[in-house]
Design a protein. Structure first.
Length: 113
């Protein structure tokens, strides 16, 4: 976890990791949460994903109210590092069904292209 964030998160070993194929199979039932910065969206986005930059997610409690507790959440970023932090944070905040996309959008595009 980045030291500038002092927000508690679940241990990385407690966060479920999904391969691009596993995540793709959940497109119709999960909400994908993109934690990249706005300028990174130019490199591609998973259709229907909610855009919530990691900094906002970690520091703005109101953002949590916009995410469903009764739906699977798949968190992703560019390479899978920030999404691990974001998914761990969501788990620590009581979201029960959270996973992160291993390798991020880069792996998603590489495996599904």
């Amino acid at each position: 976890m980045n030291s500038r964030y002092s927000t508690p998160t679940a241990s990385p070993s407690e966060v479920k990791e999904l391969t691009p194929a596993e995540a793709y199979a959940l497109l119709d039932e999960a909400l994908f949460v993109d934690v990249r910065e706005a300028h990174e969206l130019l490199s591609g986005k998973i259709p229907g994903a909610a855009h919530v930059p990691l900094g906002q997610l970690l520091r703005n409690e109101e953002v949590l109210e916009t995410l469903p507790h009764d739906k699977k959440l798949v968190v992703y970023c560019q390479h899978g590092v920030r999404s691990l932090t974001g998914a761990g944070f969501l788990q620590a905040k009581g979201f029960a069904d959270v996973a992160h996309l291993k390798g991020g959008i880069v792996q998603w595009q590489g495996k599904l292209a």
